[in-house]
Design a protein around this ligand. Sequence first.
Ligand code: TNX
Length: 611
Amino acid sequence: MTLTFASRIDGIQIRCLIGSDRPIAAPTLCFSLMAAPKVVSGGTMVRRVAGYAEIALPDLVPGTEHEVVLEHAHKEFGPRNRAWLPLGAYLRVGKECLPLPPRTDLGLREVDGPPAPALPADRVPLVPQPTEWRPSGATVAFATLAHVPGLDGVADLAVRLGLAPLMQAGGAALVVGEDPALGAEGYRLTIAPAGLSVTVGGPAGLHYAGITLLTLRETCGGKLPCGTITDTPRFGYRGQHLDCARHFFGVDFILRLLDLMALLKLNRFHWHFADDEAFRLEVETQPLLWQRTVFRGEGELVPGVFGGGIRAGGSYSKADVARVVARAKTLQIEVLPEIEVPAHSHAMVKAVPGLRDPGDNGEEVSVQGYLDNIVNPAVPGTWDLLVPLAKEVAGLFPLGILHLGADEAPHGAWDGSPAVAALKAREGLSTSDDVQGWMLAKLAAELGSEGVRVAAWEEAAKGCQGGIGNAALLFSWTGQGPGIEAARRGHDVVMCPAQHAYFDLAHSPDPDDWGAAWAGFVPLEKTVAWDPVPKGAENITPRIAGVEACFWGEFTVEDSQAEGMIAPRILGIATKGWEPAGRTDGSALRALAGAYAPLFDSIGWKRYRSA
Ligand code: TNX
């Protein structure tokens, strides 16, 4: 039997054509969109979970394609580009599932834009740009170093990236000195025809000097510019986040991402492995949590939301975690795990009984269209699960910080729960924000007693009792305003404003592009067109811990699709995290991206090529 399936955007509608060379009686079309769909014509919706839908179709007859017309339930989520077309489509006929031909147009088009401008003469081809660069004018050939204790992590990185070895017997000597005044991550590197020398603030500084040498060798074609680089990062937190819940990224992809981050002196990997669609860490405190959610699709607890198709998924074992943490350590990267509560917890609620109030008759809907994606802090089952779970997860990661989540509680959360009504009366709480804040503060106290600090998305600061509490590290994602406000109230803040730092957003408004659009589009230039400490907020400078870029996985069905969304934009976040304010603007970054293009290509990391 041959089945056909095609879809296209038509204004605010999505038109799908389904064909078969054999008659099929009463099929059900199953697929997922970015946001909750509704049927305009051609079938009847029989089941919907967030963006996933099952639509009963009339009998299919050979020779005639059947058309189904869809719209998003919320008009503000009108389809913007190819990524918004159905993903993971299949037909269910009786008990049988028939895969529809998979899309052949997944991910970014690889079309070259205009050539990048030349690098201005006052720049070295290095991202981030060093704090200070004093060129002497000469150049010197450089291939390898003799063994330098403390640079093994960089040498191993070179091997994994498929670059020439960094250290080898007979290589150039690197004279290493120490000066704590440079700061733990700082270094001063002198490149001269007479030889190489470096003064470092500590082991991390030496590591970054090694990264600089390796990078310049590659971007300068083996001829280093002579001079002195004095370099130290502006921020201590320089992060890249990866959503491994919506799409399961294999450990190998994560390790490759760590390598790329290391090349750009990023030092925090934010591992988002839990969300509405899955909890992927193989925890011992509650095995049901991952055992019942790691795969989604036909017959699974969570259907094929966000392109899972008939069945997709995977989980991370403790050995996987240990591998990621150990590799990260060799690259001066720490891993920040996130468990994501109380909202974005549909998978958790489905997998573990007792996390909801049975008397709850509320009908709150999450932004993604889930009806039951929030755990209830007024029932004991929630605490029985969360406290040991949070402690177990935190214990697997040496960083000593656990990200609790706390974003996007649905409007009116818990309003229908009698147990929460009683909790409100008892604790003097009135709104959902108050309840969430109370819950997070309680969880923070539990973790604090074990020496674990908490982190959370910006919403965690809300609530009449001060929300999660001042000790929490907050992530400002809807923009910078909430981060500034939180910093003024005494929180340390990581800035990850979607408008500049969300790499799941499309690069451009082109309908042939790929990605989300809810906070606009993020061309390369925009990744540096902001300041983590905005004008007028200089007094909160000490509270800004740093920056992070996020990659959310709603549109991703294959690991490699993430590459061109991340590169070259990751150059922008590396710039913001390390360089002094305003050092590299959009056009300089564009030129630097040109200098890095051959390096991305030689390490086999796909990049967005159109302008
Ligand atoms: C908002 S960012 C979310 C995520 C989505 C993302 C898509 C944040 C804390 N919550 O659940 O994946 O938008 O860009």
